[in-house]
Write a protein that binds this ligand. Structure first.
Ligand code: UD1
Ligand code: CA
Length: 474
């Protein structure tokens, strides 16, 4: 199947979104609405891909440069209707071969449906084909008018429809395939004598039909594919449908998803067989998860690599590598540039960023680890803080292999703790600690005997002290 040209109409205002962001740039499942449409269209490998932009054209064009650098963008300055947009896209040049036209706000359309549709069109050698759908509530859509032989006569817009026509449930999906040369000629005959004073692309169908051309109208199997996004309610509905599709795909590929309704996976994520996802898990961006890993509940991973058998519980991670068999959480925040080695641990209430933790090393509780390199087999005691920021610049801390950092140590960077070294609990470490040494930096303890008995006479503490076996012995 050869597709000569694909034209995506995306110049509309998207007024009902009530947004400063152009409608087609709103995202579902990690892709813009326009991105979803182009992803499907690109699988048909059009020789020529054109996108008509208008409202928010600068942002849309910049986005297109990233996601579809081969696409030609065509600027429609004022909204003249879908027919006007198509005229601009062809720029008066008639081209041979099949032209596919569709809108940029229908993220649910699949490449398979588009392929079938274009193949049917090409095989039947039709002048034009329209993809239709049956909607229980057709309000707002163009209606498909068929003759007594069930053949497509024309399309009538809601605003131009008679009361009887409004009772037709077969609607125009806004996806068309045309014979290039015939489209070019018919576009020149459009007029704006309709309720909206616009050039309707849909009128091309009636024009071709009156000229005796053969037209096809094919109904799609699953009408939900044709649902467009015009407001935030429809945005959420489409997102939920795409979520279900993605989850179904992964479950059929061997991923256990305990609660598919609260599990959100971007279309750009990759999961291996025998991954388990608990409720409330979101996997975004380029995240990949290897076999046997268990994630969630309530965890969000963005652009992360999770290696085989790792476990992530109630945590958030961004641009982090989680090693084989490593454990994370609960309530752990791993920021960009974190690398957890195999069998390592980032435990409860631990925050890390730009830090690597060697094989089998552990940060079990309540710590901040920023700008650090930690070797293998080391343990970072509870409530240790890597003091990486002097108020002006960030500095690095290096911890060797098999180090024991005592609880509540402040490691004031830049500082190095050598292999096998210890730090005493509560120390503020500002100097390097050589391999095998213990770094102690805290004032010596002094006990003022009977202070409570004298200064807090009669208090519960004083009474407890009086009664204590310790005291009685004296
Ligand atoms: C259009 C169809 C309608 C169909 C419906 C399917 C026409 C006249 N009507 O109606 O039969 O049922 O789609 O969703 O075509 N656009 C431009 N430039 C313009 C006008 C529109 O690029 O001047 C783009 C819009 O951004 C959008 C698409 O064309 O992506 C459709 O336009 P829209 O205004 O949404 O048309 P509908 O009224 O929904
Ligand atoms: Ca629309």
């Amino acid at each position: 199947m050869a597709l000569q040209t694909a034209i995506v109409l995306a110049a509309g205002e998207g007024t009902r979104m009530k947004s400063s962001l152009p409608k087609v740039l709103h995202e579902v499942a990690g892709r813009s609405l326009l991105g979803h449409v182009l992803h499907a269209v690109n699988q048909l490998q059009p020789n020529d891909l054109r996108v008509v932009v208008g409202a928010g054209s600068e942002e849309v064009t910049a986005h297109l440069a990233q996601i579809a650098p081969k696409a030609t963008t065509i600027f429609q300055e004022t909204r003249g209707g879908t027919g006007h947009a198509a005229q601009l896209a062809l720029a008066g040049k008639t081209s041979k071969g099949t032209i596919l036209i569709l809108a940029g706000d229908t993220p649910l359309l699949t490449a398979d449906s588009l392929k079938q549709f274009v193949e049917m069109h090409a095989q039947g050698k039709f002048a034009a084909s329209v993809l239709t759908a049956e909607h229980s509530d057709p309000t707002g859509y163009g209606r498909i008018i068929r003759d007594d032989n069930d053949e497509l006569l024309r399309i009538v817009e809601e605003k131009d429809a008679s009361e009887n026509e409004k009772y037709i449930f077969e609607i125009n999906s806004g996806v068309y395939a045309f014979d290039g040369e015939k489209l070019g000629a018919a576009l020149g005959k459009l007029t704006s004598s309709n309720a909206q004073g616009e050039l309707y692309l849909t009128d091309v169908i009636g024009i071709l039909k009156s000229a005796g051309e053969s037209i096809a109208a094919v109904m799609i199997d699953d009408f939900t594919e044709t649902l467009g996004v015009n407001d935030r309610v429809q945005l959420a509905e489409s997102a939920a449908m795409i979520r279900d599709r993605i989850n179904e795909h992964w479950m059929r590929s061997g991923v256990t998803i305990i609660d598919p309704t609260t599990t959100w996976i971007d279309s750009t994520v990759h999961l291996a067989q025998d991954v388990t996802l608990h409720p409330g898990t979101s996997l975004f961006g380029k995240t990949t998860v290897e076999s046997g890993a268990v994630i969630g509940p309530r965890s969000t991973l963005t652009d992360c690599q999770v290696k085989a058998g790792a476990q992530v519980l109630e945590s958030i991670a961004v641009e982090t590598v989680i090693g084989e068999g490593a454990t994370v959480g609960p309530f752990t925040y791993l920021r960009a540039g974190t690398q957890l080695g195999d069998l390592s641990k980032a435990g409860a209430f631990v925050e890390m960023k730009k830090a690597s933790l060697g094989t089998g090393s552990k940060v079990p509780h309540l710590s901040y680890v920023g700008d650090a390199t930690i070797g293998d087999g080391s343990n970072i005691g509870a409530a240790t803080i890597f003091v990486n920021y002097d108020g002006v610049e960030k500095h690095h801390t290096t911890i060797g292999d098999h180090v024991r950092i005592g609880s509540d140590t402040m490691l004031v960077a830049p500082v190095i703790v050598g292999d096998g070294a210890y730090t005493a609990a509560g120390s503020v470490i500002t100097e390097d600690v050589p391999a095998g040494a213990i770094g102690i930096s805290r004032s010596e303890q002094r006990n003022v005997l009977d202070w409570v008995l004298r200064k807090r006479k009669g208090s519960k503490s004083a009474q407890a002290a009086e009664a204590s076996s310790d005291k009685k012995k004296k």
